[in-house]
Design a protein around this ligand. Structure first.
Ligand SMILES: Nc1ncnc2c1ncn2[C@@H]1O[C@H](COP(=O)(O)OP(=O)(O)O)[C@@H](O)[C@H]1O
Ligand SMILES: [Mg+2]
Length: 300
């Protein structure tokens, strides 16, 4: 079998536990993401989501295991991977505009200064930042505004892989909706691959092709890969009417509320830990040509 675009292979992360021993965050985690896929990851705080993201970004080394993107092992950061962090991490000494334009200039050394600035302004406008505000330093912006700058910075670089760590958490509902729509548009137009951490179940259903579910740590596992069997384009008000919406939502709520705890805390004994594929489809089309149980869990 050929490798997926992004291949996470036997990833293990341990940290000192502060008492002379070690704490295993996750062990032998193995999963793939196809090119152009939009994958969300859901799991309780502390299970290791940001750790996985930092490893995918090339900003942290796992204790063992590898990440391969587009046939090449990830080691160190790259402009091919754009990251929006949970805590926005802008460069405090640069203006809002420069925080975006320095990456654009690095990505496109052949562009004139005017082209770089125009492109950067376009992406800042897309997240609602226009006018005088783009000349302010990050310290002069609100938390929500800073997060929007970091989103503009990542999107403006058109990375092959967008890594988003709870990117919309600090935004008000209206801005969040607008930026979710923009993200879907950019993703739809660009063929980019998106890997996004969120704690918002409804956001994950709206955006994702697939949702990875993590159990609680230590020894957290990516236990399930839930397919979002709701056709695109999706609209936040219309999807709740889809026959699969509540079935999928209930499955996710059930996992996070109950099974994430029940499945936690088991060492893998060296075995590769791959998620089980879960496909929930209650539509009439799913019954044809051969009727099958309405709720299906398929191992791959
Ligand atoms: N640098 C570190 N040193 C020690 N422990 C860490 C470090 N980074 C994260 N951890 C621990 O690893 C676990 C996973 O953290 P994290 O990946 O941030 O979780 P999440 O993003 O899912 O909330 C937590 O228990 C956290 O305390
Ligand atoms: Mg985190």
């Amino acid at each position: 079998m050929t490798k997926p675009f992004l291949s996470i292979e036997n990833l293990t992360q341990t940290y000192p536990d502060g008492q002379g021993g070690t704490m295993t965050v996750f062990e032998n985690a193995t999963f793939g993401v196809e090119k152009g896929e939009f994958v969300c990851i859901l799991g309780h705080s502390g299970c290791g989501k940001s750790t996985i993201m930092n490893i995918l970004a090339g900003l942290a080394e796992p204790t063992s295991g590898v990440v391969v993107m587009d046939g090449r092992e990830v080691s160190g950061p790259s402009l091919d991977r754009g990251v929006v962090f949970q805590n926005y991490s802008l460069l405090p000494w640069l203006s809002t505009l420069k925080n975006v334009s320095f990456g654009v200039a690095a990505r496109h050394p052949e562009w004139s200064k005017a082209e770089v600035l125009e492109h950067s302004r376009k992406y800042l406008a897309m997240v609602g930042l226009e006018g005088d505000v783009i000349h302010r330093k990050p310290s002069q912006l609100s938390g929500g505004m800073r997060q929007r700058v970091s989103i503009a910075r990542a999107f403006a670089n058109h990375p092959k892989l967008l890594l988003l760590d709870e990117p919309f958490g600090a935004l008000d509902a209206l801005t969040r909706g607008t930026i979710q729509d923009e993200l879907l548009k950019i993703w739809g137009d660009s063929g980019q691959t998106v890997f996004m951490i969120t704690h918002d179940i409804d956001e994950a259903i709206l955006l994702a092709d697939r949702i990875l579910l993590m159990t609680n740590g230590p020894f957290a596992r990516v236990a399930e890969s839930v397919e979002i069997t709701i056709p695109r384009p999706r609209n936040r008000t219309a999807i709740v009417e889809h026959p699969n919406y509540y079935a999928i939502r209930n499955h996710l709520v059930q996992f996070l509320g109950k099974r994430s705890k029940e499945l936690a805390g088991q060492a893998s004994d060296g075995a590769t830990q791959s998620p089980e594929t879960v496909r929930i489809d209650l539509t009439d089309a799913a019954d044809e040509p051969t009727p099958e149980p309405r709720l299906r869990a398929v191992n791959t």
